[in-house]
Design a protein around this ligand. Structure first.
Ligand SMILES: Cc1cc2nc3c(=O)[nH]c(=O)nc-3n(C[C@H](O)[C@H](O)[C@H](O)COP(=O)(O)OP(=O)(O)OC[C@H]3O[C@@H](n4cnc5c(N)ncnc54)[C@H](O)[C@@H]3O)c2cc1C
Length: 398
């Protein structure tokens, strides 16, 4: 983890790599008490020994720490079911800039004993304090999973398929990831993946994963979903993973985002949340708007379709020159507030998106954010320049 607490430095000055213990797992409570430097994957492995999981998963599982995930309010592929990090944290310990230790390591779901202040630190990106320990809620791991990839004519068709999967009686929907054509063509080509019965020409591919206890029943459910989708859209292609290896291969098509950055060094990337019924129109509007800026821009779009979180990466080496960057952000971000979306879904604001925050934030919220920052970190010691711009002299310590 790399929170900085030195206003002069952009380099990390604090490391929690030695605070990486699992202090306890309570299988009957379905709760883990962990230190902030712990990697997600280490918690996943330890919890799996009890048939449990943290209810959150992301491709960076090997390196993402619990402290970093708490601080960015990470989401990932199961957020539609188990929520984002904010919903996984029962208790929290943090060290404030003045050295106060905030400790509320409750292990219970219900706790109305005063303000629930842990939420100040969740998603604060290290600007209000250093998260040191957390109590994480766990969920049962399904005994078996089944995965299908569908090539679909539209986002609406993909959302219909997700609705069918949510109604599955043999199990539950674990993940529903959308891969627009340009994205899957890139990862499939880079990985040498091809399947004669699955041409990569559909506007959008959907990877659905179900979890349950009976492999045969789950497989039947996946087949029923495929058949129901085919009924409505006869041109749909589909692949049902017949083995764990095939399942992993399908998921690699989604998770191998490194390919984007190999093709386009430091490609500019965006991470937006869009209400489900607005996605189709939003993506069309964005494609058109970007093409109007520059006919050569053809973004890669993919993401967590079940919760409306889209990752959009430009087919350009980054960084963009400032005027172009502003024009691209206008196209991507301007429609979002009116439709009830967000310019930052799960990657936070950091230093890169401060101007986007200022352009879209409600003035009342900004006022409150500044008051909280000034109350907890009046000297702006913690991750200066992130989330909020440095206060102007006139705004300092009212
Ligand atoms: C391949 C890939 C896939 C990803 N997929 C997803 C995804 O699906 N969903 C998602 O939400 N994110 C995703 N991410 C982003 C990832 O979740 C974040 O990188 C992760 O949550 C941050 O954890 P970290 O330990 O790497 O934190 P860092 O990147 O080191 O830090 C992130 C921020 O939190 C602050 N911070 C870190 N630790 C602490 C602490 N203990 N106390 C206070 N502040 C702290 C840092 O200063 C920084 O501002 C992905 C990243 C990659 C590389």
């Amino acid at each position: 983890m790399t929170p900085s607490c030195n206003s002069a430095a952009a380099t990390p000055v604090l490391s929690l790599t030695r605070m990486a213990q699992i202090e306890a797992i309570y299988p009957l409570e379905r709760v883990a008490v962990v230190q902030a430097g712990l990697a997600l994957e280490t918690l996943q492995t330890a919890a799996a020994e009890h048939g449990l999981e943290p209810g959150i998963d992301l491709a960076a599982r090997g390196t993402a720490t619990i402290g970093g995930m708490v601080s960015t309010n990470a989401g990932g592929i199961m957020a539609h079911r188990y929520g984002v990090m904010r919903h996984r944290v029962l208790g929290l310990e943090a060290v404030l800039p003045d050295g106060t230790i905030y400790s509320d390591m409750t292990r219970v779901v219900k706790n109305t004993a005063g303000y629930d202040l842990k939420h100040l630190f969740i998603g604060a990106e290290g600007t209000l304090g250093i998260v040191t320990r957390a109590v994480i809620k766990l969920e049962p791991v399904p005994a078996v999973t089944a995965t299908v990839m569908l090539g679909l004519p539209s986002v609406t068709a993909a959302l219909e398929a997700i609705s069918l999967a949510l109604r599955c009686e043999a199990g539950h929907l674990r993940a529903a990831e959308g891969l627009w054509q340009h994205y899957i063509q890139l990862t499939a080509t880079a990985q040498g993946w091809s399947e004669p019965s699955f041409p990569l020409d559909a506007p959008i591919c959907l990877i659905l994963m179900l979890g349950g206890s009976d492999q045969a029943a789950l497989h039947d459910s996946i087949e029923q979903i495929f058949a129901a989708v085919l009924d409505r859209h006869p041109s749909v292609s589909g692949i049902i993973a017949a083995s764990q290896r095939q399942e992993a291969d399908l998921w690699r098509l989604r998770e191998d985002t490194d390919q984007l950055y190999r093709a386009h060094t430091a490609a500019p990337s965006y991470d937006v949340s869009v209400p489900l019924s607005e996605i189709e129109g939003y993506v069309a509007q964005v494609m058109q708007g970007l093409a109007e800026i520059d006919g050569g821009i053809a973004p890669y779009v993919f993401g967590h379709l079940a919760d409306g979180n889209l990752h959009i990466v430009l087919n350009r080496a980054g960084p963009l020159e400032p005027a172009l960057s502003r024009a691209v952000e206008r196209v991507l971000y301007a429609p979002l507030p009116a439709m009830g979306g967000s310019f930052s879904a799960e990657h936070g604001v950091g230093a890169k998106r401060v101007s986007a925050l200022l352009a879209t934030v409600d003035p009342g919220k900004l006022h409150l954010m500044r008051k909280i920052k000034a109350a907890l970190d009046p000297a702006t010691l913690m991750n200066p320049g992130k989330v909020l711009p440095e206060p102007k002299a006139s705004e300092d310590h009212p």
